[in-house]
Design a protein around this ligand. Structure first.
Ligand code: ADP
Ligand code: MG
Length: 256
């Protein structure tokens, strides 16, 4: 149990009469890419939203690196080491790519948006800018630094979201469908970026529809269905799991 970066147990979230998360548990080992899959509406985004403090759980415990963050606000969760991207992008579309990452850094340092834009020329700002350029380089967007974020191709907007999340120096990065809308070439590029991020010591939770990618890139996979854990294991184990096949296909294999 000590060899777990994120430990979640008994996590519940109800929306009216709907149990979007029903007694969910998860244990993520440091230095891994942990996949979270499940059919549409199975609770994957709700899981990320509850763990990162965007919405409040009805019950359950969440611990990151030994710090209990269940029910804490998202800035507290972020300070404890969890950053995330959103399924629906949340960039500052009218600002440059570089400024989007700088704002991520400033929020991390506790400055407001106004000071992020005003304090541009001190030594701290130069360091912040260097760091932001480094993060853009990590996701292959250096050449886009001065581009207006909203004008980037969709795939690059997703990469920018990842750079902005990394600006808060997380231990754990939670990605909600980072490959959505990408072609296979773009997907391969993101996959190699994810591997690079992990090699630098950041652990990743990957929520993704592209099952081929999840199977090839993840060390371990958790599967949800109707807000409940239905399977847990290596990609190989998950691929052969009857409950998972039923959840995805909606029928037993022998009935096919
Ligand atoms: P997934 O990301 O796996 O597709 P979600 O976590 O988005 O699934 O949704 C899980 C269930 O919770 C769905 O039935 C969805 O309609 C419901 N749900 C999600 N967010 C809300 C909300 N804010 N209000 C009411 N119901 C919600
Ligand atoms: Mg979702």
């Amino acid at each position: 149990m000590t060899d777990s970066l994120l430990t979640v147990s008994g996590l519940c979230k109800n929306f009216g009469g709907l149990a979007a998360l029903d007694d969910v548990r998860m244990s993520i080992r440091p230095g891994t890419i942990h996949g979270l899959i499940g059919p549409n509406g199975s609770g994957k985004s709700t899981f990320i939203n509850v763990v990162t403090g965007v919405i409040q759980p009805n019950a359950g415990s969440v611990s990151i690196g030994g710090t209990d963050v269940a029910g804490r606000r998202s800035n507290v969760v972020n300070a404890a080491g969890i950053a995330r991207t959103f399924q629906n992008l949340r960039l500052f579309r009218a600002m440059t790519v570089l400024d989007n990452v700088l704002i991520g850094e400033h929020r991390h340092l506790g400055y407001g948006l106004g000071s992020a834009l005003l304090m541009r020329n001190g030594p701290a700002e130069r360091r912040a800018k260097e760091q932001a350029m480094g993060l853009l380089s990590d996701v292959g967007l250096s050449h886009r630094a001065e581009t207006i974020a909203g004008s980037l191709p969709y795939g690059e907007q997703r990469l920018l979201e990842i750079a902005r999340a990394l600006a808060t120096k997380p231990k754990l990065l939670m990605l909600d469908e980072p490959l959505a809308g990408m072609n296979p070439t773009e997907m391969d590029r993101v996959v190699s970026i994810l591997r690079e991020i992990v090699s630098r010591g950041v652990t990743i939770l990957l929520v993704e529809h592209a099952v081929r990618v999840v199977m090839s890139v993840c060390d371990h996979i958790s599967v949800l269905n109707f807000g409940r854990n239905i399977a847990e294991g290596t990609p190989r184990e998950i691929q052969g799991n009857e409950d998972v096949i039923v959840a995805y296909l909606g029928r037993r294999r022998h009935a096919a």
